[in-house]
Unconditional design. Sequence first.
Length: 268
Amino acid sequence: MISTLYKIGIISYFKNRNSLFWSFGFVLVWILIYAYGFPAPSGTYLKYTESTYISFILLFGISVSMASVVFYTVSMNLSIPYITRFDRVKSYEVSFSNILSSLTFSMVVGIFAIIFSLLIFRLRFSSVYIKNIYMLIFILIVISLFFTLLGLLFSYLLSLLNQVGSLKFISQIPMILTFILVLGLQIFRKPGPDLIYYSPFNAMFSIIIYSLTGKAGINYYHSGLNTNLLLISTLIWILSMVILVYVLEKLYETSGKRNQYTLEDIFK
């Protein structure tokens, strides 16, 4: 059952024009804007500016794609409130298949953003480096998992509150938070490094910087952060969301919202 839902989820994500536009077209435009729309940096700021642009685009791009995933996991035929009405499908099966399909989708988006960013910034700055490719792949998986869990969290919460109709705004929250928290610390450079450890967005952002430059930090002014603490902070956030999703899933299972249908009725 999980494999069937996973295949349907993958097909629905990659065939949907809106999802493809926001995940690929939108990211492509931002990469070009950041590469050619601003003056080229010089001196010691060059490496940090390159990595900052790439990191911001990567994190922002995945958040945009996951905002789309949040919308489609609740409003389309793979939605929790729709599929779990059928007694042969458990909500944990929907959750697990959504995690797998969303991770796959986000990984493709992330790989696309990395490759395209490196190519464009190589042409623009003539020097782009990746110090730790394994850490970059690892944090890409972590970011994808983070936004997938965030999407499931919103899905269950809205389903329990019967507020699925408000999802058009709610689905943009991951993107809005990422934009505000990441860009905010780029503009206001005075916050102490401790604030970065508490923010999952900026912690992941800093780890990407570490993967590219060898120094963890959201910019030149915060380049001495502890990578292990950043990883621990991010994993604690993910573990917390796993627990919250599990609790909400159990609440949904016992909420009495399930009707008696057969699974075949879903995909007629």
